[in-house]
Ligand binder design. Structure first.
Ligand code: ATP
Length: 485
């Protein structure tokens, strides 16, 4: 599939628009249109439902070491600046950036992306390869967006837009334990906006500056943390396959030792072979990291660094005091059955809602052949979304706009709308109406025709197989319901 075709369909059918497009757009920012907002919401709802609300804490999940509980949070985007100092983001959340000083270029590139970037000078090559290129040495660029809180506007009032949702969970760990009856092992889920001032946003929504994350921090006893890591890695992979990302474009990749963060003893990425990447390349959809006790300790003690022995210790400033002081709050956990007190280990499955949406869009895009109104085979574009995430679940058409067909169709439409997103269309040839729904990814179309007037049945058409079958008008809602959930 060529990416241009998907990008053009997304705009034409209202999945995605460039932000502030009428003013020329803003690089790295995207708006979801009427179909896109439903698709992304369905993906987020599926995640929240599968991970949190329908989690069964009474039964040991397949592959899990024991039962576990799940709960949620919704934290603010702007937090106390000390959060980011202790977490390490203030000092370390940087990419290396390279500028080109050449007249006519003035390009800015991520140092680790130079080889795959294009120099704006013609004939275009990778930055540094054109005769006129004049690249600076790589320098650090912090990806956090800075803002000012309050009216004074001084540097002391500087705060940051969160670059991840995770820290809101860590700093509320104690609040959740004290205000609920959750016991370890348990997870706290959160979804919401994150912001990163990416040096080179690109590849449609893949690398945006404003995006949504769906993160879980799972707290467990250090002795079982490796098993929980494996459980979450496999469970999260299964979630994508069950929603339709099966096949060789999706893969699970374990990081090797050099790739691991200094505090991690295991990380895996769930990756997708996006069509805009070169053959053999994959882009990250979600990272599942074993983070040990790094985060809770950082917020207790202060920013941590690895010492010469490879152990984590509080980083000291030139004055011999902690460089960034932690909260001093006790974030350890006491097991009320064993009386053991310990700092929980954390497993973090961290996903991006926009990258998942983009992967589902890429996977769904299909071109095949279907007969038109005259029975002639025509190429059709069809978005084969899993019914659970499809923006519209069913469309209802009267075959013609007379003989009482619109009235029956409207009643069916009203009944469907009480349960799911539905669409009513009586304009134009019925074949054209089917095509529009195929492009929107609507799994079922219900048509009221001449036979309906005599036997009270309608046809239901399946988007993918094009199979049609007749169902009694009164059974339409149940028939669709049984197929979309
Ligand atoms: P990358 O290496 O691609 O920059 P990352 O490893 O920095 O990603 P994480 O910090 O692990 O990403 O963030 C968790 C998830 O958040 C990612 O797997 C991705 O789905 C999403 N995400 C991160 N950065 C962006 C972005 N700029 N645009 C859209 N989604 C993002």
């Amino acid at each position: 599939m060529e990416m241009e075709k998907l990008v053009s369909l997304c705009k034409r059918r209202g999945f995605l628009f460039q932000s502030s497009e009428i003013y020329g757009g803003l690089n790295g920012f995207w708006d979801y249109g009427p179909l896109g907002v439903e698709l992304k919401r369905n993906i987020k709802d599926a995640w929240w439902q599968d991970m949190v609300t329908s989690h069964d804490e009474l039964t040991v999940a397949e592959g899990a070491p024991s039962t576990h509980e799940m709960t949620g949070l919704d934290c603010t985007i702007i937090m106390h600046p000390q959060v980011w100092k202790c977490s390490g983001h203030y000092d370390l959340f940087c990419d290396m950036m390279v500028d080109c000083r050449a007249e006519g270029c003035k390009g800015r590139f991520r140092a680790d992306h130079v080889a795959t970037s294009q120099c704006p000078l013609k004939p275009s090559k990778a930055p540094g390869e054109h005769g006129k290129c004049d690249l600076t040495e790589p320098r650090e660029f912090n990806l956090m967006f800075k803002t000012i809180v309050g009216a004074m506007g001084t540097e002391e009032d500087a705060a940051f837009l969160r670059p991840e949702t995770a820290q809101g969970i860590f700093v509320n760990f104690k609040n959740v334990v004290d205000s609920t009856r959750v016991r370890i092992p348990f997870g706290i889920a959160q979804m919401g906006k994150s912001f990163r001032n990416e040096i080179t946003p690109r590849n449609f929504t893949f690398r945006s500056r404003e995006f949504e994350q769906m993160e879980i921090e799972f707290f467990c006893h250090p002795d079982t943390s490796r098993e929980w890591y494996e459980y979450w890695r496999d469970r999260r992979m299964k979630w994508y396959t069950e929603l339709g990302l099966a096949g060789n474009r999706l893969r699970l990749r374990e990081h090797d030792a050099e790739e691991l963060s200094h505090y991690s003893c295991g990380t895996a990425d769930i990756e997708y072979a996006f069509p805009f990447l070169t053959a053999g390349e994959y882009g990250e959809l979600e990272g599942i990291a074993h983070r040990g006790d790094f985060d809770l300790r950082s917020h207790m003690e202060g920013k941590l660094v690895k010492n010469a022995e490879g152990c984590l210790e509080v980083e000291m400033g030139p004055d011999g005091k902690p460089k960034y002081k932690g909260s001093g709050r006790d974030l350890t956990y006491r097991d009320d059955q064993t009386n053991e007190r310990f700092t929980p280990h954390v497993i973090e499955p961290s996903a991006g809602a926009d990258r998942a949406t983009l992967a589902f869009l890429c996977e769904a895009y299909t071109e095949d052949e279907a007969p038109d109104d005259k029975g002639k085979l025509q190429t059709r574009v069809v978005m084969k979304f899993h019914p659970r995430i499809a923006p519209i679940k069913a469309a209802v058409f009267p075959l013609v706009k007379k003989d009482g067909m619109p009235e029956i169709a409207r009643d069916i439409y009203r009944a469907l709308k009480k349960r799911f997103t539905a669409f009513y269309d009586e304009k134009g040839a019925v074949g054209r109406r089917y095509r529009r729904q195929d492009e929107a990814g609507t799994p079922f179309c219900v048509t009221v025709d001449g036979q309906t007037l005599t036997d009270q049945t309608v046809t239901i058409r399946d988007r993918d197989s094009l199979k049609q079958w007749r169902v009694k008008v009164e059974d339409v809602v149940d028939e669709i319901a049984s197929r979309v959930s």
